[in-house]
Design a protein around this ligand. Sequence first.
Ligand code: NDP
Length: 259
Amino acid sequence: MTTHPLFDIAGRTALVTGSSRGIGHALARGLVEAGCTVVLNGRDPRGLEEAAKAAAELAGAGAEVHTAAFDVTDGPAVAAGIADVEERVGPLDILVNNAGMQNRAPLLEFTDDAWRQILDTNLTSAFLVGREAARRMTARGHGKIVNICSLQSEVVRPGIAPYAATKGALKMLTKGMCADWGRYGIQVNGLGPGYIETELTRPLVEDEEFSAWVKGRTPAGRWGRTEDLVGALLYLASPAADFVSGQILYVDGGMTSVL
Ligand code: NDP
């Protein structure tokens, strides 16, 4: 089987933040299977090593998988982490800003610390890692950045306002990065997952009433799987999307389109 040249990303180097598990891990595995050299990131080095082994096994012999443990909310750690990745692995062609967290609580009960933590993890991280990677990509004249947004970049439910605020802002940061860096040959897009079964959403999956609501509200009639997101990422990272920038591609079984 041959790959259409527009979708051929074999040999490119990609960093996926927050890829020790969940969506980030599935996206990283997809990039490995597409022939990329992939750097996995997270804060826990042990979790990362296990994830790297699993990703390499999946892609078979010859897959290049590396790890880089750093906290994406810590500016100096991000600068050192990206410099180390480029020195050890090579110039980054693709960056996926995926690391994120959720904290469901009524807004009236949300503490200052919780607010700062979710803002740092879901929004500031994309600015810090994106800026550091783009400093290098702009000098080289090419690069693809994909920010993992959410259906909550568009809509919100009670109890999730801070999360939606970070994801809505991430949508605009995506467009702003596109505006600033387009002239340097960098395309910046967002991928917006719907409700996907991961560790982050396990309490919701196990809540029968909520789970039934998700299935009822989603035209596809089911929760999303992490694998559902891979094709969209490979497209946004490929030459097929060379003239696509500042867009958010929602992969949500249709949920953001219906009332
Ligand atoms: P998980 O909680 O399963 O995984 C989160 C990943 O991010 C882990 O690898 C974690 O590793 C890493 N991480 C968290 N904080 C940091 C940090 N400060 N520095 C470095 N790495 C960090 O989440 P999901 O896979 O479900 O979500 C991934 C992304 O997708 C998030 O941005 C989320 O908002 C988004 N999303 C998820 C949806 C869903 O339904 N699951 C829906 C829409 C969007 P470690 O703990 O070792 O640091």
